[in-house]
Design a binder for this molecule. Sequence first.
Ligand code: NAP
Length: 342
Amino acid sequence: MSLQLGVIGTGAIGQDHIRRCSQTLQGCRVVAVTDIDPQQAARVLDGLTLEAEVYPDGHALIQAPEVQALLVTSWGPSHEEFVLAAIAAGKPVFCEKPLAVTAAGCRRIVEAEIAHGRRLVQVGFMRPYDAGYQALKAVVDSGRIGEPLMLHCAHRNPRVGENYKTDMAITDTLIHELDVLRWLLADDYVSVQVLFPRKTGKAHAQLRDPQIVLLETARGTRIDVEIFVNCQYGYDIQCEVVGESGIARLPEPPQVQLRSAASLSSAILMDWKGRFIAAYDVELQAFVDGVRAGRVGGPSAWDGLAAAVAADACIEAQQSGAIVPISLPQRPALYACPPGFL
Ligand code: NAP
């Protein structure tokens, strides 16, 4: 029987996941939806010609007997209460990032899950499900380039709006690197420093752009991530691992190579939405398959907490200019597998 899903939040990514679960994935169907504006949820169902119950709020939906598992795709500050309610109801929950907007909120979720006694939460960090990152990790894990010594990474967007503030370079942009690089290296961060190069003239007055984030891991690997969100030319994700005996690079997304008018070229994406689109399908299918088989895997509440703790340190480092320590508590037994595990 199909896994019956309830979706809380029918904005951009909520609609995308409802369409994905209804039209692309196997073994699941959306039976209930809600939004802060239930009429908006009903309009989304109409647009997809989908029949499902519209609930007045997330808590009523979580309690609904036909809902076997939850997708939380509402506004970030509402995630914690819905994930805690799902755990209290004993229902598996896929929560879009962030797991909670504070590290303290993530800790409360970890504690609730530990008290429950088994994993119920998967966090929507999708990059570990991207075929390019998986290929890169396979090379790193194979030992072909030796131990990873340094990573050079970039996260570039063509431009951002006036509402994008300096700290959002961490909470909205770097957060994906904070998750995926920890997974890639199966290592935890121990410190961070943030440097601000000369500011681009293309950024609005209050935004410091670009930024360079320097992370150090427990094994001593050094990572530099350039965040440049007004780079103009495209949405560009780079990751190069320098090992003891070789270098491995994240593959570019497939693009036709063009020889024309005396030049050799290939296009660069302009919109982030297209870059990891296949990974969203894979991560949600993994959630559905896992729940149907009686387990929840993938990025855990502990990974959500690790990203939140690192993000807090990054913001402190932005403000102080100092090297800020990053310290996670002892990993609880429930999350015994290392960060490289999916
Ligand atoms: P969005 O378009 O603003 O959608 C959020 C929806 O949730 C809105 O319809 C909002 O209603 C609704 N909502 C807010 N509070 C609610 C509540 N208490 N109960 C029910 N519904 C509520 O935002 P989005 O772009 O879809 O992002 C949603 C989440 O997904 C964010 O946490 C974001 O970081 C994450 N996300 C992740 C990725 C990824 O790459 N993994 C990509 C995109 C988004 P109002 O508009 O009326 O407030």
